[in-house]
Ligand binder design. Structure first.
Ligand SMILES: Cc1ncc(COP(=O)(O)O)c(C=O)c1O
Length: 367
């Protein structure tokens, strides 16, 4: 079954696309990726391991690696499998994989992809990975996730050494280092954010120092995202940065202080003009996420944006005949991460023309 006819629009301008369509401007993507490489790799000498949880398309992993990334970070086993299938060799699966069948798949993926590293934050969980690894006859490299203040997953800093010693002693595992994620600092003003990032990074690097002092080698110290890396990268002790979504940017990243171009948009068409100020487009909340804020229509002055399932309702700030029925309206997503996963394909444009239609891997092996 053909998911959409957009692959038939290859080589054609934007106006040829079926809507709603998730569109990536490759020139802007490349400019953003280059900014991240310049800052993280060139200026601060760190490795860049962009998080793919929001980007999804394996083609973007290959482009990031070509630009200077050492590999990628993933949130799910499915993403990691999709990246590995596309030939990505170094993958950090920065979540705790649980459940016997998934752990078996993780071990199989580790066999196929020696550069796979996976997170753990407890002896119980580490034991589960170790058991799956032993059954598969592989050694799985792991990072211990440290709670640097986000209070999601992560071992408390004072528990890290004990856990590192446990992991090092488990057959089937190889301790590759530590990771954190300072996601709790994103919405603070700059001064508070700076102080909180310094606190988070020093919790992580102090745990690494404690392990090393006790004779437990720690290679990788990985953390940081698109809303924090500008303040985190200069902190001493990090070895790599996981910032990913900044290659797209969106209204959230902008709010969190990132000054990148908006490379990803959602293209819709006007489906109805019930009044001189009301514009109805053919994309709603099944096309554009409302998580972390509404999308912004480009080039229109509006007083409100509302999304129902397959409709977007815009109120123009002044009566106008434009845009008319059938005309295009592009939106900057509020949050690209929760928007990309609503789509099964990404239309890739350069110079305003469609150059590719990429499949977005879903949450099961079959997609
Ligand atoms: C483990 C981890 N690292 C890094 C990030 C930052 O990712 P991004 O740069 O795509 O916002 C996140 C975001 O949720 C995360 O969960």
């Amino acid at each position: 079954m053909t998911l959409s006819a957009n692959s038939e629009a290859l080589g054609l301008p934007l106006a040829a696309l079926e809507t709603p369509a998730l569109c990536l401007d490759l020139d802007l993507y490349e400019r953003n990726a280059q900014r991240m490489v310049d800052y993280i790799v060139r200026q601060h000498g760190l490795a860049w391991r962009p998080h793919m949880k929001g980007q999804k398309a394996p083609e973007l992993a290959q482009m990031a690696i070509a630009a200077g990334a050492i590999g990628v970070t993933c949130a799910t086993l499915y993403e990691a499998e999709a990246m590995a299938a596309a030939g990505v060799e170094s993958i950090l699966l920065a979540n705790q994989v649980v459940g016997e069948r998934k752990l078996a798949r993780l071990a199989r993926l580790a066999r196929r992809t020696p550069g796979l590293i996976v997170a753990t934050d407890s002896a119980v969980h580490a034991g589960m990975i170790a058991a799956a690894a032993e059954r598969e006859g592989v050694i799985v490299p792991v990072l211990i996730e440290v709670n640097v203040g986000m209070n999601r997953c992560g071992a408390a800093p004072e528990q890290v050494l004990g856990l590192a010693q446990t992991v090092s002693a488990l057959p089937g595992l190889r301790l590759a280092g530590l990771m954190g994620w300072e996601g709790h600092v994103l919405s603070f003003d700059d001064a508070t954010k700076q102080a909180k990032i310094e606190g988070a990074m020093s919790a992580l690097t102090a745990a690494a120092a404690e392990c090393r002092a006790a004779g437990v080698p720690i290679g990788i110290v990985s953390s940081s995202g698109s809303g924090t890396f500008r303040m985190a990268a200069p902190q001493p002790g990090l070895t790599e940065v996981q910032a990913g979504g900044g290659v797209f940017s969106d209204l959230n990243y902008q709010k969190w202080g990132l000054e990148h171009d908006f490379a990803l948009t959602v293209l819709t068409r006007v489906a109805s003009r019930p009044t001189p100020t009301r514009v109805i487009v053919d994309g709603g909340f099944k096309t554009m996420s409302v998580q972390h804020g509404l999308p912004l229509p480009l080039g229109l002055e509006v007083t409100s944006v509302a999304l129902s399932a397959e409709h977007g309702t815009l109120e123009l700030s002044a009566p106008s005949e434009s845009p008319g029925v059938g005309e295009l309206v592009a939106f900057i997503p509020g949050y690209t991460d929760s928007t990309v996963c609503l789509h099964s394909e990404m239309c890739v444009l350069r110079g305003g023309k469609l150059t590719g239609v990429w499949t977005i891997p879903g949450r099961s092996e079959s997609r």
